[in-house]
Design a protein around this ligand. Structure first.
Ligand SMILES: Nc1ncnc2c1ncn2[C@@H]1O[C@H](COP(=O)(O)OP(=O)(O)O)[C@@H](O)[C@H]1O
Ligand SMILES: Nc1ccn([C@@H]2O[C@H](COP(=O)(O)O)[C@@H](O)[C@H]2O)c(=O)n1
Length: 209
């Protein structure tokens, strides 16, 4: 069976999750059970439970070294070969992995979303279709500030400090250059209706093959 792995990359709060989730929600009921699945790159942030909390707040979470990309790559290879995997889950408030894992079965269409998917050449090879969500960084910052305070247990000061120290510089060093590896660049983020419909049509076409 041919399986297709789609990467959705882009800056933090560019709209990757909204874009991915919209495609999934709009397709899932009309497809056979188990045809489509989602994996988040964030689930592969390294476990830091051995480090004190204060130490964990200092990690650069926008550098490729913060991720266990080898594990993600190996999971994608297992899924492509028809095996289920146990995907870690991540606790943003504690800055480390949770104890729970989530079983992901080998769907025919797998969508992976995350900031640094296209910046790692070895990981990039795993993707059949590469999409980059290209949202202006000032818009991302506004959305991230609201989201991190409401959903990820952050203060305004911590969001501002982290943005200046790591989020913005790592975007220019790693994320923005990775746009050139994308097959499709999507402007206006997670609500670009035309782009959502194009990816949905491609998925339906692949599932009919
Ligand atoms: N085009 C858009 N217009 C308005 N809000 C958006 C848009 N895209 C995303 N958002 C909102 O911005 C926040 C971050 O989006 P999200 O999809 O979680 O980003 P990412 O997964 O890239 O970090 C969320 O609250 C989301 O609902
Ligand atoms: N403990 C952590 C782990 C990650 N982050 C930030 O998350 C961003 C990536 O997730 P998105 O959903 O926004 O794409 C990344 O920019 C990290 O800075 C964090 O703040 N704390």
């Amino acid at each position: 069976m041919t399986r297709t792995i789609i990467a959705i990359a882009g800056a933090s709060a560019s709209g990757k999750s909204l874009f991915t989730q919209t495609i999934y929600n709009e397709l899932v009921n009309e497809l056979e059970d188990g045809s489509i699945a989602i994996i988040e790159e964030d689930a592969y942030y390294k476990d830091q439970s051995h480090l004190p909390f204060e130490h964990r707040t200092q990690t650069n979470y926008d550098h490729p070294d913060a991720f266990e990309h080898e594990l993600l790559k190996s999971h994608l290879e297992q899924l492509r070969s028809g095996q289920s995997v146990e995907v870690p889950s991540y606790d943003y408030a504690q800055h480390t992995r949770s104890k729970e894992t989530r079983q992901v079965n080998p769907a025919k269409i797998l969508i992976v979303e995350g900031i640094l998917l296209l910046s790692d050449p070895e990981l990039c090879k795993e993707f059949d279709i590469k999409v980059f969500i290209d949202t202006p960084l000032d818009i991302c910052l506004l959305r991230r500030t609201q989201r991190d305070i409401e959903q990820r247990g952050r203060t305004l000061q911590s969001v501002v400090e982290q943005y200046q120290a790591t989020v913005r510089p790592m975007f220019y060093q790693f994320i923005e250059p990775s746009k050139h590896s994308a097959d499709l660049v999507v402007t206006r983020g997670g609500m670009n209706r035309v782009a959502i419909d194009i990816i949905k049509s491609k998925i339906k076409y692949l599932l009919q093959e």
